[in-house]
Design a protein around this ligand. Sequence first.
Ligand code: ADP
Ligand code: MG
Length: 235
Amino acid sequence: MEKEKILIAENIVRTYSSGGQKVNAIKGINLTVMKGEIVIIVGRSGSGKTTFLNVLGGLLTPDSGNVLIRGKSLYKLSEKERAAIRNKEYGFVFQNFNLINELSVLNNIRLPYDIASKYYDIELERKVLKMLGLEKRVKFYPEQLSGGEKQRVAIARSLLMNPKIILADEPTGNLDPDTAWDIMQLLDEINRRGTTVIMATHAKSFVNILRKRVVTLSDGRIIGDVQKGRYGYIV
Ligand code: ADP
Ligand code: MG
């Protein structure tokens, strides 16, 4: 059976205007991601990684071009339909964790269910908490957690919605190197279990070690797209 093209970005262009200045953040990007792939997006600060991920995730409308997620054209839908697809298909993981400080770990990871008025999936919850080593942290509040634990909570929250794709924007950007490595391994493990992962990162040393497809952005364009073996090349 032919592998599914889970996500296709076609000719994406995105500019920002601020203070009368125009910034061409994305200058025509095409990318096809297959189901089950793990794609690492690298590139120096300002190269367009965050903008591109946000466009891929239905969070930022491009000036032109389109994103197809499992055959559906994201930016031809209404905002409401797009939000529904975001909730159903994507999990988001950010550099600053995006946890709610007033909620316990358990209530943080259940928040998407509360917002969607869905019944909790207790079995999946237990499995995910165990996999992430968070069973003993469910009653803690974010301020009582280390950075690595906060990121694991954020990952748990995204996994509970059973996303088809995880989009992670510099998920290790605020972590010390050892913890960052743990989170990288975790995302790799999640990918091995079947979830497509697209991650922007600065952490080039890790990219060298894990088997990956590495897409390099420079000044709003793709300048490299290579598939690495288990031990990779030097980026
Ligand atoms: P990266 O994530 O690789 O650092 P970004 O996508 O954040 O890159 O930014 C790409 C370019 O777009 C940069 O030049 C940045 O300054 C600019 N940019 C990003 N967000 C905005 C914004 N909200 N308003 C104006 N310019 C922006
Ligand atoms: Mg960024």
